[in-house]
Design a protein around this ligand. Structure first.
Ligand SMILES: [Zn+2]
Length: 107
């Protein structure tokens, strides 16, 4: 039985350095038995495949990071909404997607 984590970043976040998903690792801080459980975000490539695959050993405290990320994500989503609205209002989708046919294509 797996318990879904309520963390913000998994599924949403991805390290731009290596493209790996962000995973959560847990740890306990403080004396055994009295410790408080702390979770960290960490690169799953680094954690599972080792530093030869990804040297990013950076960890972020989950509780502190969620606040910061939530704020940036909200801003980013707002920006994307603005851009989307601009496209819809102007009725002009971004260019691209033209397909070429080779001159020697058989019919
Ligand atoms: Zn990585």
């Amino acid at each position: 039985m797996g318990r879904e984590s309520k963390s913000l970043l998994t599924g949403l976040g991805r390290y731009t350095v290596c493209g790996a998903n962000i995973q959560i690792i847990g740890g306990v801080s403080g004396a055994p038995g009295k410790g408080k459980r702390i979770y960290y975000y960490e690169c799953s490539y680094h954690h599972n495949r080792g530093p030869t695959v990804c040297s990013n050993d950076h960890k972020e405290r989950m509780d502190a990071f969620d606040d910061a990320v939530l704020e940036t994500e909200l801003k980013r989503i707002n920006c994307e909404l603005d851009a989307l609205i601009a496209v819809v209002v102007k009725g002009k989708p971004p260019p691209g997607g033209g397909r070429d046919r080779g001159p020697g294509d058989p019919d």
